[in-house]
Design a protein around this ligand. Sequence first.
Ligand SMILES: NC(=O)c1ccc[n+]([C@@H]2O[C@H](COP(=O)([O-])OP(=O)(O)OC[C@H]3O[C@@H](n4cnc5c(N)ncnc54)[C@H](OP(=O)(O)O)[C@@H]3O)[C@@H](O)[C@H]2O)c1
Length: 283
Amino acid sequence: MRVASNMKGKICMITGANSGIGKATTLGLAEMDATVVMVCRSQKWGEDAREEIREKTGNQSIDLLIADLSSQKTIRQLVIDFKHKYQQLHVLINNAGVLLRKRSETIDGIETTFAVNALAPFLLTNLLLDTIKDSAPARIINVASATHNWSHLNFDELQSKQNYDAWTVYSQSKLALVLFTYELARRLKGTNVTVNCLHPGVIDTNIGSITHVEHPISSKSFNKLRRGAETSIYLATSPEVENVTEKYFIGKNPVKSSKESYNESFAQRLWQVSEKLTKLDKV
Ligand SMILES: NC(=O)c1ccc[n+]([C@@H]2O[C@H](COP(=O)([O-])OP(=O)(O)OC[C@H]3O[C@@H](n4cnc5c(N)ncnc54)[C@H](OP(=O)(O)O)[C@@H]3O)[C@@H](O)[C@H]2O)c1
């Protein structure tokens, strides 16, 4: 097996980088000498995590951009801020995610789980696509979940207005992310930009915790978190997958995702709905 390449000179962006799997992924990429742009919503948690990663790895090329991905205006500002500083983006990892016990709506009036887990990756990726294509070979990685297997995309209830069950809503958002991954990969054929998604395993992180008051860089066993980051790091760095696209990975293996996730007309319809909800159709 070929080992992961040295990532010096490669610019990687990762969302939800201050805790859990995102932080462990950032650490792994930093160890390989990549320039890593951490996207976090809390300045303090972001700075604490960045300091820890810089200290642990000696890699000073760890940047921090602050953005609450539930706000489309903030995502647009994040992209402006990024493009102001960087001309290239070789790896984008859409890692941030939420599982919320109670229904809530974002500032844009969209159900929060769907907004953060599905629409934010859609908007962020599309707004960065020109830079990503110009940086090819490049890779886009979406952190999905095996829970998508038990879901069905209900276009009449994408925002769960009638019924709200945390796991059902979470699973649907992850199915949407898998459908987005495959549709984007099809649209990017021939550009030398790959798009894949993954299930990281079941890892004890902050996601779904009842109070979410625990400091994100506290007690979770770092070895376990590293295990959760393995597939993201593999897809971001390994020469073995440089030409692999439109796949769903568990560990280092491409595996079958749910039957519905391969439905191309669903994926196209979801693309159109996502464009409308993020106002990308007006650009
Ligand atoms: N852990 C598992 O077993 C498991 C299994 C399958 C899939 N996943 C997926 O793995 C990814 C990482 O989750 P994790 O398990 O590492 O949980 P985590 O520790 O809670 O990490 C989630 C990250 O997303 C960030 N985030 C949430 N909402 C955000 C927003 N509105 N704007 C910006 N950032 C936001 C969080 O920031 P804050 O710290 O500020 O909240 C945090 O950094 C998620 O997509 C999750 O769905 C996890």
